[in-house]
Design a protein around this ligand. Structure first.
Ligand code: HGY
Ligand code: MN
Ligand code: MN
Length: 437
């Protein structure tokens, strides 16, 4: 019996399972490392004791430094563009190779969890690390966007808007609570806003893939590990300002009051009532500021944020119009003024059908059935989609919790996403090769 041949055959037989096992083992260990790295970055914060990292803040700089060191270790060449996006390039087999862009954001909401945005960046990095230096028929550009949440300036997606050439003078002049403009924030960070045009994706960029936690209950309720996003809901963000008259809380009779906070309270209840009664509509007042804000003073002014979302833009805009009308009728009835400031009207965006099918095939390729779904959360993909065919792969959110310290992700779902991502690269390779055939 020729064991050598048998041996080699056995070895060859083993090579395949070993390769799979190696991939499986490395995937499981990589998944654990990804989750650990998310936890590590969550410690890099502007507010000790919680995870809060805003656009071009000191914590953002430290976070970028850590992610940059990981990117460099993965043999990526690094640039930081004029909007503060951290960009790593992993070259393809040819200098003129087309590029797959993979990304998500590093900024967070206040008192955030550890995975919103960051997980997508680190899954993209892990895909590159998994290649272990082998060159593909396409390059991979990993973008860690500097701003997606819209916390500091009230306008979201500054990072991905820069990459798609959508930053205008009005946005650059938008000011934060300290009166610092976006332009000044960039200059203070050592960036040059005049070089924003250089941040725009060039023609070699061919497609965009974003991994993200679902941030909702759908995958868990269907007991699915991964989802593929068909459409991202449109969103309106704005602010309502009720203006009445401050006065003494003890001496002013109720019938003579022009109480801005009481008007805002009546309006906030109307916001919730309207959204509860419209299928598929969500409307949120997440922030309210009251002036002068003392217990013994009737509020002269109340500023309330508004976030309205729906997969259908006409439904969303109709709801916003009715909510603005409600501010006017409430203000009139109380002899107050009401003002509406629109901050963003972002249309609903469909993901690319071919790329999404590639994601579905990649997930099925590892023996799973993805859930096709709509995203109520906004993502950089909805901005990048204006320039590139884009797809999103969602990972299950345990408890459906997000924008909260209890936000989490299951290691097996991270491993599944990584394996599906490798399958996606194989699928994309076939398309590229086909394109060159
Ligand atoms: O608010 C959102 O939809 C996202 O988390 N930025
Ligand atoms: Mn978010
Ligand atoms: Mn996000």
């Amino acid at each position: 019996m020729d064991l050598s041949r048998q041996g080699s055959a056995v070895r060859a037989d083993l090579a395949e399972p070993l390769e799979r096992a190696k991939e499986a083992t490395s995937t499981a260990s990589r998944a654990a490392e990804i989750k650990e790295r998310c936890r590590q970055l969550a410690q890099i914060t502007d507010i000790p004791g919680q995870t809060t990292r805003s656009f071009l803040s000191p914590a953002m700089r430290r976070c970028m430094g850590t992610v940059q060191s990981w990117m460099e270790a993965a043999q990526m060449s690094i640039t930081i563009d004029a909007a503060g996006n951290l960009r790593g390039l992993y070259p393809g087999s040819r200098p003129d190779a087309l590029r797959l862009v993979v990304g998500s954001h590093l900024d967070t909401v206040p008192n955030a969890g550890a995975f919103d945005g960051v997980l997508g960046v680190l899954l993209g990095l892990a895909l590159v690390e998994s290649l272990e230096g082998q060159r593909l028929s396409f390059a991979i550009e990993l973008i860690a966007f500097s701003e997606e949440e819209g916390v500091r300036f009230g306008v979201p997606f500054i990072g991905s808007r820069a990459v798609t050439g959508q930053i205008d003078r009005e946005l650059l002049s938008t000011q934060d609570a300290e009166g610092i403009s976006v332009r000044q924030a960039m200059l203070d960070f050592g960036l040059d806003p005049e070089r924003l045009p250089e941040a725009t994706l060039d023609r070699a960029a061919a497609a965009y893939l974003e991994f993200h936690i679902e941030q909702g209950p759908a995958l868990e309720s269907e007991d699915r590990s991964l989802g593929v996003v068909d459409c991202i809901a449109g969103q309106t963000r704005g602010e309502v300002i009720f203006t009445g008259a401050s006065n003494h809380a003890g001496t002013t009779p109720m019938r003579l009051r022009r109480d801005a906070l009481a008007a805002a309270a009546e309006w906030i209840a109307a916001v919730e009532r309207l959204a509860r009664n419209e299928e598929g509509l969500v409307a949120t007042v997440g922030r309210i500021e009251v002036h002068p804000g003392a217990e013994n003073v009737i509020a002269g002014e109340a500023q309330a944020s508004l976030d309205v979302r729906h997969a259908d833009d006409a439904m969303r805009r109709s709801a916003v119009e009715r909510l603005i009308a409600a501010t006017e009728s409430i203000a009139r009835a109380r002899s107050l003024e009401a003002r509406w400031c629109l901050q963003m009207d972002q249309v609903a965006v469909a993901m690319d059908a071919q790329l999404s099918q590639m994601a579905v095939d990649a997930i099925r390729g590892i023996g799973l059935q993805p859930l096709r779904m709509m995203s109520g959360a906004g993502h950089d993909a909805m901005i990048i989609a204006s320039r590139l065919p884009s797809a999103m792969i969602f990972l299950r959110s345990p408890g459906g919790i997000s924008h909260h310290p209890d936000e989490s992700v299951r290691i097996e779902d991270v491993a599944n996403a990584l394996n599906a991502g490798l399958g996606f690269l194989r699928g994309f390779h076939k398309v590229i090769i086909g394109a060159h055939a």
